[in-house]
Design a protein around this ligand. Structure first.
Ligand SMILES: Cc1ncc(COP(=O)(O)O)c(C=O)c1O
Length: 475
């Protein structure tokens, strides 16, 4: 890298006082006391790379031939055989209601490979899988057996993990705005680690769980993420001095800083900037507020297989600069999508068809945006439908059985709809098929494990808590 892209510090020349950083609220006694009595904070976060240098560096990563998309290691044959066996066991003419429901296949070989990749790319970072992403018990068990810990958002998620026999110290209750009774539940069940981003939460924690190990969640720049989170969570830098003072006043146990760069993140400069900001919090907590040294940095989620090498490289670079090895700080993360997305495949049944002309039709399937395809609405996903079974033949191994754009080998144009009576329940308005699908055929959606089953509803009376068939459990 050329020396000209480096700067000593982009921001340390400006002097910012605590008064500048604090939200103006003269009616709050703790805030006004804070402004008048605490030390001046005369630095903002300092970094080696300014915005321009960072953008230029990350651009080189995007074009680095050594940073490949990691190979997708699904056991295609195993998945195919499982789909085939299940579908062959269903007789459309005689089956009971629900027997022909959609179903998932969960490939534990893929999950193990993802974990192996994680250890190669981010050996310093201990993952805490975000249970909200997919709380499938078998998936949780395999992750636990690999040594992955857990991020829970609520009492029920904590319960799910504890019921699997996983010790409470392996859980971080990573919801900065918690229900009071759930905090009490965490305290009674030995869950110590939790996040916060506002002073009211600290008062609640003081009341219900005063010994909790606290992570201050900071806001990030997640403007390019598929699902933004910092619009809702995370303290802005200007609010941090007041929060540190409140921690001190309440004699709470601050152990670290957390952030999340947004789910489905794509601009990883946010990882660098968030790590820089976290370093600043670590430093001022000790130097300006006299708190004991913080021990853990939580780098959140936002990872996905397709960009994992790139995001990991940015994170390694950021950690090397701000939290180098042997600096005495543990690094943890809260990945969800990375582990769940490519591990599960969804198979759905074609239940109805409205023919428009010889090569155009509306296809209705038995899962939709109120069921396991809710990710279209809530997670901004665009799932890929592929033909699984049509015209009495299986087509799983034809990875080009469908196309998002018209081509000569995909002459059949369809729109695909879910089973409910709502017009919003549309999977895709336009897709092109190699075969003329009919009622009784099956489609499948690869890579459909993240934020799918966990948010499925029974709207219109369709039970969308469908079977998951596990394969490659004991390799
Ligand atoms: C606090 C928290 N941690 C972790 C995650 C998981 O994020 P991802 O699936 O992008 O890795 C989320 C997602 O919403 C979250 O809110």
């Amino acid at each position: 890298m050329s020396g000209s892209t480096l700067v000593e510090s982009e921001v340390c020349s400006s002097t910012t006082t605590l008064t500048d950083l604090s939200p103006i609220n003269s009616t709050t006694p703790s805030t006004s006391a804070l402004i008048s009595t605490t030390n001046t904070i005369n630095s903002k976060p300092v970094a080696r790379l300014n915005n321009e240098a960072l953008t230029a560096l990350l651009e080189t990563f995007k074009h680095d031939p050594n940073l490949h998309t990691l190979p997708h290691q699904s056991d295609h044959i195993g998945i195919f055989n499982t789909l085939k066996q299940r579908i062959n066991s269903i007789n459309d003419d005689t089956c009971s209601p629900g027997e022909e429901n959609s179903f998932f296949v969960c490939d534990m070989k893929e999950l193990r490979n993802l974990y192996k990749n994680w250890k190669v790319e981010l050996p310093r970072v201990q993952p805490h899988y975000a249970v909200k992403c997919n709380p499938q018990p078998e998936l949780l068990k395999v992750l636990a057996s690999l040594g992955v810990n857990f991020d829970c958002a609520s009492k029920r998620e904590i319960d799910t993990i504890l019921k699997l026999g996983i010790e409470p110290h392996r859980i971080i209750y990573a919801n900065p705005c918690k229900v009071g009774s759930h905090i009490r539940y965490a305290q009674q069940n030995g869950v110590e680690m939790t996040t916060f981003d506002n002073a009211e939460e600290l008062h609640k924690i003081k009341k219900f769980h005063p010994s909790a190990k606290l992570f201050l969640r900071i806001a990030t720049d997640d403007t390019t993420a598929q699902c933004r989170l910092s619009t809702k969570f995370g303290a802005h830098l200007s609010a941090i001095p007041e929060l540190l003072q409140t921690v001190k006043d309440l004699e709470l146990n601050l152990v670290g800083v957390s952030f999340h760069v947004g789910s489905g993140a794509s601009d990883f400069s946010s990882l660098y900037k968030a790590t820089r900001d976290a370093r600043w919090v670590f430093d001022i907590a000790v130097n300006e507020f006299g708190l004991p040294p913080l021990k853990t940095l939580d780098v959140g989620g936002g990872f996905q297989l397709t960009s994992f090498q790139e995001s990991s490289k940015v994170l390694r670079l950021s950690l090397d600069e701000f939290f180098p090895e042997n600096c005495g700080v543990n690094i943890i993360a809260e990945p969800g999508r990375y582990f769940a997305e490519t591990t599960l495949t969804l198979a759905t049944h074609i239940i109805a068809k409205r023919k428009i002309d010889n090569d155009q039709a509306m296809i209705y399937i038995n899962d939709g945006v109120y069921g396991n395809l809710n990710c279209i609405l809530f997670d901004h996903q665009e799932p890929t439908p592929r033909i699984l079974y049509s015209n009495n033949k299986f087509h799983y191994d034809d990875f080009n059985s469908t196309s998002a754009v018209p081509t000569p080998s995909h002459p059949y144009k369809v729109s695909i709809w879910g089973p409910t009576c709502d017009g919003l329940d549309c999977i895709t308005k336009e897709y092109y098929m190699r075969h003329d699908l009919v009622v009784g055929d099956w489609l499948y959606f690869p890579n459909l494990g993240a934020y799918t089953s966990s948010a499925a509803t029974p709207f219109n009376g369709f039970d969308q808590h469908v079977d998951t068939i596990i394969i490659n459990e004991d390799l």
